[in-house]
Design a protein around this ligand. Structure first.
Ligand code: GDP
Length: 197
């Protein structure tokens, strides 16, 4: 599935423009700059379709990318961007909330968490929403190349412990580095299985 061509299919800024593509969807969520675009690029090995940038808060719409006619990868706007205007911030947060709580075709949300920072209040807010809406999600620690292995293991355990009573969380906490490619095949496999299930 991940060898198929990645194509930009649609962008939505408000919930009424969310498209019906009739493909299973896997969404990627997380704070701005968590490494979301880099991860989608690394997973698909197709660069230039999803834009990465050093400027946080660039993606402000929900972007849909199809992989052949098998799967849809959904890039959710990053949150926690300090300089965004309050109203704009609220509008896109509402959209993310609506998407993760009501989207029927959504198979899983990969919640990306920076290895260095761990879970932040905004992540926890999204987790609570998904728990309440019974949306399955998986935590993916990003940029694992910047932490020594022991610290990384400690970070994963800490998150697992903090979320141990959470019923919608799919374990294990996965660890990836888009820079070194570490953990990417593992995540790809998990998502392919999901798409086929
Ligand atoms: P997004 O805002 O979540 O889409 O994040 P980007 O993918 O644009 O990445 C944000 C910044 O983190 C960029 O400067 C990337 O080069 C850097 N980055 C992304 N993935 C990794 C990684 O695996 N390791 C390291 N060290 N840096 C990364």
């Amino acid at each position: 599935v991940f060898k198929r061509k990645l194509t930009f299919a649609a962008a939505a800024k408000v919930s009424r423009s969310l498209p019906s593509l009739n493909l299973p969807e896997i969404a990627f969520a997380g704070r701005s700059n968590v490494g979301k675009s880099s991860l989608i690029n690394a997973l698909t090995r197709q660069w230039g379709v999803v834009r990465t940038s050093d400027k946080p808060g660039m993606t402000q719409s929900v972007n849909f990318f199809t992989l052949g006619s098998r799967l849809c990868l959904v890039d959710l706007p990053g949150y926690g961007f300090a300089y965004a205007k309050e109203e704009a911030k609220e509008a896109w947060e509402d959209l993310v909330k609506e998407y993760v709580t009501t989207r029927k075709i959504l198979k899983r949300v990969c919640l990306l968490v920076d290895s260095k920072w761990g879970l932040k209040p905004r992540d926890e807010e999204l987790i609570e929403l998904m728990e309440n809406a019974q949306t399955k999600y998986q935590i993916v620690l990003t940029k694992t190349d910047i932490l020594p292995p022991l610290d990384l293991a400690r970070r994963a355990t800490q998150i697992q412990e903090a979320l141990k009573h959470h019923k919608q969380l799919i374990l294990p906490v996965l660890m990836v580095s888009s820079q070194t490619g570490g953990g990417i095949p593992h995540l790809r496999k998990a998502l392919v299985n999901l798409a086929l299930s």
